[in-house]
Design a protein around this ligand. Structure first.
Ligand code: 13P
Length: 338
């Protein structure tokens, strides 16, 4: 493990208000998104869609890294260059999702444990040869009746720490993603309690397994009310409780925090990131690592037809720009219509 290398990559991932494009949807998630838009689910469509994303003009002004899926990191652009080589050539760091998905958690109905530790060292070696410089592992925590259980938070934190330690052994920066889902009727206070506890347990586990804080990126949810909560939280409450939660738990050595969008609308995801940055006084960089909130409108415009590439690329380019401004506290909602 080379701490300087890890720290240098992590700092590049959160540099200059740039964010990370999460384009690592598993086959199942990608099928769900394509099905909803009547796009044929084929390997070539997955390739050409992602080719469209990463060849968008000026993407590299706003995006520092792109998280790829196992299939994608082995694919090539229509010019015949591997995705990771193309990304490197335009200054975007290639990364790779390495977890094997969230599976039912034994003896805990409706809870999930993320799997994928078996053989991870070998896969890490392969991904490194394919150009990956960082990785991602997502744990899923559900709020509900008697949920989350302490067991679920501990088991997922331990797995995240094991994963992070394996990444660091290979000088690959781990994105550590403890996602507390927005699904449910809970209010923002409940989301704060759970997110705060999960982050607390996570950093305790990272510490116990000797993971080096200066060589990780945290990818958390924002603290919000549940999507079915009758009293929806305001942007000010979201910013205040999100920053409070991070201040309570994230060591100062962590170079950056890159939020997931988690089902927020594009505009909410940009606006909330902006407000968080306006009030944050901690040393870490705070940016985005969005999947849906960066891509969905572009995917709709593309619609499975490459003749729409240029229009779709304008859309992803604009969302990337707006989120980059938000990562600097300079976003305004009026910019949506410009
Ligand atoms: P969303 O921004 O769509 O939540 O996806 C981010 C991600 O990478 C989830 O693992």
């Amino acid at each position: 493990m080379n701490i300087e290398t890890l720290n240098e990559i992590a700092n590049r991932m959160v540099q200059d208000s740039k964010g990370i494009l999460a384009m690592d949807e598993s086959h199942g998630t990608c099928k769900k998104r394509f099905d909803s838009l009547n796009i044929a689910v084929t390997e070539e469509n997955r390739r050409s869609y992602r080719d469209m994303l990463i060849t968008a003009d000026s993407l590299n002004n706003y995006i520092s890294g792109a998280i790829l899926f196992d299939e994608t990191i082995k694919q090539k652009t229509s010019k015949g260059i591997s995705f990771s080589e193309h990304l490197e050539s335009i200054g975007i760091i290639p990364g790779i999702k390495v977890d094997a998905g969230a599976k039912p958690f034994s003896c805990h109905e409706n809870e999930k444990i993320t799997e994928g530790l078996d053989g991870l060292s070998e896969r890490m070696e392969e991904y490194k040869k394919l150009g990956a410089k960082f990785a991602k592992w997502r744990a899923v925590i559900t709020i509900g009746n008697k949920m989350p259980s302490m067991a679920c938070m501990i088991a997922n934190s331990h797995a995240l720490a094991r994963y992070a330690s394996i990444c660091q052994e290979y000088d690959i920066v781990p994105i550590v993603e403890p996602e507390v889902l927005m699904d449910g009727e809970h209010d923002i206070k409940r989301c704060f309690e759970v997110t705060n506890e999960m982050q607390n347990i996570l950093f305790e586990n990272l510490d116990k397994l000797d993971v080096v804080n200066s060589g990780i990126i945290l990818k958390p949810n924002m603290v919000t009310s549940g999507s079915l909560c009758k009293e929806q939280s305001t942007p000010d409450e979201i910013a205040e409780l999100t920053v409070k939660c991070l201040s309570n738990n994230v060591p100062k050595e962590v170079p950056g925090i890159a939020f997931l969008s988690g089902g927020q609308s594009d505009q909410d995801a940009s606006n909330n990131l902006n407000n968080i940055n306006k009030i944050n006084t901690n040393p870490w960089k705070i940016t985005f690592s969005y999947g849906r909130a960066l891509q969905l409108e572009a995917m709709k415009k593309w619609g499975g037809d490459n003749s729409n590439n240029i229009e779709a690329q304008k859309i992803i380019g604009k969302r990337a720009l707006l989120n980059s401004l938000a990562a600097n506290g300079r976003y305004e909602s009026s910019m949506e219509n410009e």
